[in-house]
Design a protein around this ligand. Structure first.
Ligand code: NAP
Ligand code: GDD
Length: 348
């Protein structure tokens, strides 16, 4: 007998992770329903190519308007689709922006998960599995010499982080109190050519390529000394799926355990583009000079500093490695190469 195809509902399908997850699930023969927000200009660039993908048919890929700040659309979609798996990737996901729009951030990033989980409880869809996109930003202020794992205490430093902590605990609450298969993936920073342009890795690579082609003079950054554990988004969406296939719902750190500072990321990326940077001065006066042209190409501006900063993130993903058999496949070096190549393609 032919096995029934699984149905996945992805909130946040138009984002970096949503687009890779949709590709991943299409290849696993899922029927995919994605939720996009209404916007005044196109916001489906990251998924438009899926219509040309080998496994695409009009019967296995559907996009619906919706918004996780809107309870009625959320419950109506879940009720009509009755998915086997829900991936909640929808969020106001920019930490710095959450300082400017804290209430909206809490409404989407915190209350969005509550709306979805409450819909599952209300509709008695107790077979539907739920994935929550939790974040290493929840760890917030940590000491510099230890990796963070599933037992590390949270100390969020932004309303984004606080909202993600709310969603993390809400997920556990629906699991323990209502028996829903609800799991948290605590993902550390992950990037790709599809990363939004205001996140630091994409911003750096875009700017350095523009500088190389004389389209931009200077790259202006905030805290050069923040340290992150950067992985590849394509790698990480596989862990989301594995988390929902595990025998029981649980909480999982997904990371690479390798770290790099923002400053090193600039230096390494510039070197790959044939630009040697010499760093001089300190604090807000710190600048990066292009050794061959002697021109200032990197500077610091306090407008990019954060009221609450997370200085150090390094993930210990041993639990996922042991039980989910998940490990990262792409190194930071390969990630930077891929992001640079993608950017260079625009010019060549
Ligand atoms: P992203 O590129 O910013 O994508 C976020 C997605 O959420 C987009 O599709 C966005 O739609 C959608 N969205 C925003 N507000 C919404 C709302 N009110 N209702 C419905 N959809 C809404 O983020 P990402 O990097 O793919 O991350 C995916 C998720 O993982 C986010 O929840 C993020 O907080 C979390 N996370 C990310 C990382 C990381 O390093 N990337 C690490 C840990 C956790 P538009 O396209 O219309 O904006
Ligand atoms: N965006 C940005 N722009 N960040 C800068 C800049 C700049 O000009 N200059 C320095 N930084 C520093 C930030 O202060 C931060 O310490 C670090 O670079 C990374 O910033 P982002 O790339 O904006 O990512 P993030 O770590 O704040 O948040 C991302 O990762 C989280 C997981 O830890 C986002 O994807 C979140 O959604 C995710 O939860």
């Amino acid at each position: 007998m032919k096995r029934k195809k699984k149905i996945a509902l992805i909130f946040g399908i138009t984002g970096q992770d949503g687009s890779y997850l949709a590709e991943f699930l299409i290849n696993k023969n899922y029927i995919i329903h994605g939720v996009k927000r209404r916007s005044s200009s196109a916001n489906t660039q990251r998924i438009d190519h899926l219509h040309d993908s080998i496994n695409f048919t009009n019967k296995n890929f559907f996009i619906h308007y919706g918004d996780v700040t809107d309870s009625s659309s959320t419950i109506n979609l879940i009720n009509s689709i009755k998915p086997d798996e829900i991936y909640n990737l929808a969020a106001q996901s920019h930490v710095k922006v959450s300082f400017d729009i804290p209430e909206y951030t809490a409404n989407s990033t915190a209350l969005g998960s509550l709306r979805i989980l409450e819909a599952l409880r209300f509709l008695k869809l107790n077979k539907t599995k739920y994935y929550q996109a939790s974040s290493s930003e929840m760890f917030g202020r940590q000491s510099r010499n230890k990796s963070q794992n599933e037992n590390t205490k949270f100390h969020p430093m932004s309303i984004y982080g606080v909202s993600k902590v709310f969603s993390y605990h809400t997920t556990i609450y629906y699991r323990e109190a209502h028996g829903i298969f609800a799991a948290n993936g605590i993902l550390f920073n992950h990037e790709s050519p599809r990363r939004g342009p205001t996140f630091v890795t994409k911003k750096i690579i875009q700017a350095l390529v523009r500088i190389k082609f004389n389209k931009q003079k200077v790259l202006t950054l905030g805290n050069l000394y923040a340290i992150r554990d950067w992985g590849h988004a394509k790698d990480y969406v596989g862990s989301m799926w594995k988390i929902l296939q595990y025998k029981k719902p649980d909480d999982w750190v997904i990371a690479t355990n390798h770290i790099m500072s923002v400053k090193e990321f600039v230096t390494v990326s510039a070197k790959k583009l044939g630009i040697q940077i010499k760093w001089i001065n300190k604090g807000l006066n710190e600048v990066g000079i292009n050794l061959s042209t002697k021109k200032k190409i990197v500077k610091v501006d306090k407008k990019y500093l954060r009221a609450g900063e997370v200085d150090f993130l390094k993930g210990d993903y041993n639990k996922a490695k042991k039980l989910l058999k998940w490990k990262p496949k792409v190194s930071i070096d390969q990630l930077i190469n891929e992001m640079i190549d993608d950017e260079l393609n625009l010019y060549e």
